[in-house]
Write a protein that binds this ligand. Sequence first.
Ligand SMILES: [Zn+2]
Ligand SMILES: [Zn+2]
Length: 150
Amino acid sequence: MKIKKKEVEQRMKHFETVCRDEGIKLTHQRMEIFREVAHTGDHPDADLVFQRVRNRIPTVSLDTVYRTLWLLNDFGLVETLGSGRKRTRFDANLDSHHHFVCVKCGLTRDFYSNDLDNIKIPESVGSFGKIEATHVEVHGVCRECGEKGR
Ligand SMILES: [Zn+2]
Ligand SMILES: [Zn+2]
């Protein structure tokens, strides 16, 4: 799933603005790492971002990719999915949205729903802590895996 060119440009522009405002140095590597998350819609983890960015910048290290992705996360430029730092995946779609996740291959796709955005969270959840956002994750078997299984 390719993100529309205009949307990617918007994300890049937002990225550059935030970097400038926050005093984050806009290095070529950081731009390419962000671009990698921004232009695919596939919620890559750090390893995948590293493999892809390395095609364009052979000198980039996995460590730099990790540190950059978490830096971007600290400044709200990407969001994360999944738990545990190692398998965390990164998402440059900052609009309120939800995910379809294939339980076989991990394919993750965005979808939008006003109903789910306004879903009522049980009050008991408040006892765990303060609620900041609600993401619904739908689990299933993607079309490709479904066809393979036939
Ligand atoms: Zn699948
Ligand atoms: Zn997403």
